[in-house]
Write a protein that binds this ligand. Structure first.
Ligand SMILES: NC(=O)C1=CN([C@@H]2O[C@H](COP(=O)(O)OP(=O)(O)OC[C@H]3O[C@@H](n4cnc5c(N)ncnc54)[C@H](OP(=O)(O)O)[C@@H]3O)[C@@H](O)[C@H]2O)C=CC1
Ligand SMILES: O=CC(=O)O
Length: 320
């Protein structure tokens, strides 16, 4: 008998066809995310779950006694309660690598948008409020080329960003990471700095670490105060790595110039969130990897990891 699998979000026919060769699958076909209670009901007798960031908790595992593997269609796996999964003998996998270049494209896009005030100007032009006089003063941006970029978390995506910054924009790139990375220093010309030095010297500060107990809230009041008043802060990691109240204060008090955010503490972020009321904040709705090609590659990788784990092989991207 084939193992039973629930897929908690729509996937392409190609990924379904691949999964169906090995498993009996049921797919949540709605664009609206599946409600928690429905998810718990669907996984009651499955062997595998393919999901995109749904929280895997002790309670969920309790409702899925046969579950052997949870395959995440994302590289970040902060949605996994690793202790609980270990206790319940559940394998967890993620999808690193296939999304690096796509996420780096967005990260650089956000940096450019904040520096050159692209969203603000777009609104102004579309609403007919742009006048030739507007050229003067308030909408002048800051240069990206030859500026200093500080990357916190020089991993796969960090390196893809650094490559763009060095080769495309002739930027100086400082990085801070758990381990120093001599290979990246040699190949990309990036320079290691401790966190405080990076914050003090960078024109752009970009956060690209995973969310872990060590990185939760790692950028707060003290860190914003260390940044230049002209600094632009870009977060593409997870919302919880930043103290949002401190970010709001730093922007209001002009301790930093602007922010560009793909991630928030609560997602989807609500319309009345204070950060969305600020002109010097550019946002996207957690769409770093969201191109057609990359989302498909992630889904296929997640499917392959799932099938490997369910057929007794070692999945390529096991995280627990
Ligand atoms: N917004 C979006 O749509 C997306 C967001 N992401 C986020 O980006 C994260 C990074 O992805 P990826 O580059 O593939 O991951 P990697 O694991 O390749 O890189 C993460 C880097 O962060 C470093 N790091 C970890 N903890 C710390 C710390 N406390 N201080 C400094 N550096 C630290 C790691 O260092 P070391 O190697 O020494 O451990 C590593 O170099 C994901 O976990 C996810 O949260 C990813 C994809 C899309
Ligand atoms: O946020 C997306 C991911 O892949 O992690």
């Amino acid at each position: 008998m084939k193992p039973k699998v629930f897929v908690s979000m729509p996937i392409s026919q190609e990924v379904k066809d691949y999964l169906m060769q090995h498993c009996d699958i049921k797919v949540w076909e709605e664009q609206e995310p599946i409600k928690r209670d429905d998810l718990l009901r669907e996984i009651a007798d499955v062997d595998g779950l393919l999901t995109s960031g749904r929280r895997i908790t002790e309670n969920l595992l309790h409702h899925a006694p046969k579950l052997k593997v949870v395959s995440n269609k994302s590289v970040g796996y902060n949605n996994f309660d690793l202790e609980a999964m270990k206790k319940h003998n559940v394998i967890g996998t993620n999808t690193p690598g296939v999304l690096d270049e796509t996420v780096a494209d967005l990260a650089v896009g956000l940096m450019l948008a904040a520096a050159r005030r692209i969203s603000e100007l777009d609104q102004l032009v579309k609403s007919g409020q742009w006048t030739p006089q507007s050229w003067d003063g308030p909408f002048l941006g800051v240069d990206v080329h030859r500026a200093t970029l500080g990357v916190i978390g020089m991993g796969r995506i960090g390196e893809a960003v650094a490559k763009r910054a060095r080769l495309g924009f002739n930027m100086e790139v400082l990085y801070c990471n758990r381990r120093q990375k001599p290979k990246a220093e040699k190949e990309l010309g990036v320079k290691y700095a401790d966190l405080d030095t990076l914050l003090q010297q960078s024109d752009f500060v970009m956060l690209l670490t995973p969310l872990t107990p060590e990185t939760e809230g790692m950028i707060g009041e003290r860190e914003f105060q260390l940044m230049k008043e002209s600094a632009i802060f870009i977060n593409v990691s997870r919302g919880q790595t930043v103290d949002e109240d401190a970010l709001i204060r730093a922007l209001k008090n002009k301790e930093i110039y602007a922010a560009a955010l793909d991630v928030f503490q609560q997602e989807p972020v609500t319309k009345d969130h204070p950060l969305l009321q600020m002109k010097n904040v550019v946002t996207t709705p957690h769409i770093g990897s969201a191109t057609r090609k990359t989302t498909e590659a992630m889904a296929m990788k997640a499917a392959e990891n799932l099938v490997a784990a369910l057929t007794g092989k070692e999945p390529e991207n096991r995280v627990i």
